[in-house]
Write a protein that binds this ligand. Structure first.
Ligand code: IPM
Ligand code: MN
Length: 358
């Protein structure tokens, strides 16, 4: 039995995690394993209840879990808050840092059935299938930050150690070996010292993976290439903030941010969450797209070793798209509700498992 900690968070978080749990339970049933779900608070919902976006209890539970599923954090009420104890995002940044979730993986691939939703031309997006390895616990996000005494100057330091670069680069190289042996480092080595250390370190590691063809692009060029010729990419490894920006941009290729899952690997455990935000305007309306969270749940099951179940979920999402059982971001003419999409995917997982057995 595996213990999964669910952190529903804010906005649409509770609804989309409910659907992901529904689908995981269906997969567990169909493939004969047991999952145990526990819950804890994070983000604005924790600020309201506990006065802090990342209560100790949440961290303690996270440390004991085999894997963590997160919905989303953030509410407009807290925009512009200066006190870190009143900033929902601090819950997310806090758990990443505390659990040392240093490697954030964001797969980007097009779905045949929703190609028309992309603002990019079909001939550009055809064949897109890459993955961004974003460093998640270092860089400018976590450096010293502050203001000068007169308040007229602000700073956010960016630093990286060889160790921090090596541990994510190793995972990126391994992924390149599983794919077509192409790795791209996106950096700003023409300007930044941290980027030069990234280049040196990632280049030196190439001798351990001699079959991998390592390439480099400056991040500004990479940002352009991602929408110009996305099919050129396979595995992109990059630092924290570059990866943040590049992954939102990459979601445009697919046509909906509601389709982009993510996995964050750490030393002890891993956390899975959609790449989108908490979409507070849709909260409680049963209209939000649960697919990115359901696909994140598939990555979670894969991480726990339930590969067939994970694959079955991905196939069921494909079927939902093909049969247009989709929320209004994808099928505005005849939208299904959040829970109806979850029901369909859960049932499809079960039905496909039955067919596979016979
Ligand atoms: C993400 C988000 C977060 C980030 C925010 C909410 C702090 O944009 O997961 O990409 O910048 O990492
Ligand atoms: Mn982001």
């Amino acid at each position: 039995m595996k213990n999964i900690l669910v952190l529903p968070g804010d906005g649409i978080g509770p609804e989309i995690t409910t659907e992901a749990i529904k689908v995981m339970n269906a997969a567990a049933d169909a493939y004969g394993f047991t999952l145990n779900f526990d819950f804890a608070r994070i983000g604005a919902s924790a600020i309201y209840k506990d006065g802090n976006p990342l209560p100790d209890e949440t961290v303690e539970k996270a440390e004991r879990a085999d894997a963590i599923l997160l919905g989303a954090v953030g509410l407009p009420e807290f925009d512009g808050e200066k006190d870190p104890n009143r900033r929902p995002e601090m819950g997310l940044l806090g758990i990443r840092k505390k659990m040392q979730l240093y490697c954030n993986i964001r797969p980007v691939k097009t779905y045949e059935a929703i190609k028309h939703l992309s603002p990019l031309k079909e001939e550009i997006i055809n064949g897109t299938d890459f993955v961004i390895f974003r460093e998640l616990t270092g860089g400018i996000y976590f450096g010293n930050k502050g203001r000068s005494a007169d308040g007229q100057t602000a700073y956010d330091d960016c630093s990286y150690s060889v160790h921090e670069i090596q541990r994510i680069a190793q995972l990126a190289y391994e992924e390149a070996m599983r794919r077509d042996k192409k790795l791209l480092l996106a950096d700003k080595a023409n300007v930044l010292e941290t980027s030069r250390l990234w280049r040196e370190t990632v280049t030196a590691m190439n001798k351990n993976y001699p079959e991998v063809k390592l390439d480099y692009q400056y991040i500004d060029n990479a940002a352009m290439q991602v929408v110009l010729r996305p099919s050129q990419f396979s595995v992109i490894v990059t630092e924290n903030m570059f990866g943040d920006i590049l992954s939102d941009e990459a979601s445009v290729i697919i046509g909906s941010l509601g389709m982009l899952p993510s996995a964050s690997y750490g030393i002890k455990t891993a956390l899975f969450e959609p790449s989108h935000g908490s979409y507070p305007q849709a909260a409680g309306k049963n209209i939000a797209n649960p697919m990115a969270t359901i696909l994140s749940a598939a990555l979670l099951l894969q991480y726990l070793g339930f590969n067939d179940a994970a694959k079955a979920i991905e196939n069921a999402v494909d079927q939902a798209l093909t049969q247009k059982v989709c929320t209004m971001d994808i099928n505005p003419g005849k939208p299904s509700s959040t829970s109806a999409v979850g029901d369909f995917i859960a049932q499809t997982v079960k039905a496909n498992a039955k067919i596979a057995v016979h």
